[in-house]
Design a protein around this ligand. Structure first.
Ligand SMILES: [Zn+2]
Length: 209
């Protein structure tokens, strides 16, 4: 496992929803110097395993499939990044109280349509849910689960609780599940602290004038 793969396999999952965690695979997403975490289809798989979306068997199968069909894997990677930015744009617009752009909605809807073709309704203890019909060559499995996660969030009451971290250029998205809806930061230790430290020094500078 190379260094980069280890990184994507340890990235913080602070979105509270799979689809938002996926948008957070870009650091400094709202800045002019975003940091991309997913550089290959294998990175996408590593992240999917990290989130618990894929179990070890599925991860191993898809890893093998990507080795056999590298062109397909590259195409799925490209679709994944396009879908990620569409979801990011949709929720960014929602957070800003804007109507989502048609282009982003069209990309998302197409991904969801592709997902639903492979969905199978199954009854589990807590009610009906989807499982995903896939075989070893269905490299798009992670995209189906992500698209479904985004639709579920948009259709639930929780979409009103989606927030964007206001840390300088951070732009990570998350569902604020705090009781009084007071969560501000993706991570108070990082973004929150940075802003607090800056405000502290600004105050000191101002009071020293
Ligand atoms: Zn942040």
């Amino acid at each position: 496992m190379d260094e980069k793969r280890r990184e994507i396999g340890t990235i913080a999952l602070r979105g509270e929803q799979l689809c938002l965690n996926f948008t957070n695979t870009v650091s400094w997403h709202a800045s002019d110097h975003p940091h991309e975490w997913i550089h290959s289809y294998n990175d996408l798989l590593s992240w999917s395993r990290h989130t618990g979306m894929l179990d070890e068997d599925e991860y191993g199968q898809l890893l093998q499939a990507a080795k056999h069909w590298p062109t397909d894997a590259a195409a799925v990677l490209s679709s994944a990044l396009t879908l990620r930015e569409a979801i990011y744009q949709i929720f960014s617009d929602v957070v800003a109280d804007h109507s989502p752009q048609q282009e982003s909605l069209a990309i998302f809807q197409q991904a969801y349509a592709d997902a639903i073709v492979h969905a199978q309704l199954v009854l589990e203890a807590e009610g009906f849910t989807f499982s995903w019909r896939h075989n070893a060559r269905n490299l798009s499995l992670p995209l189906w689960v992500i698209a479904h996660s985004a639709l579920e969030l948009l259709r639930s009451q929780e979409w009103r609780r989606v927030k964007k971290c206001p840390g300088d250029g951070c732009g990570w998205l998350f569902v604020d599940r705090s009781r009084n809806q007071s969560r501000r930061w993706c991570n108070g230790q990082n973004c929150g602290n940075r802003v607090r430290v800056r405000q502290h020094y600004q105050r000191r500078r101002t009071s020293a004038l």
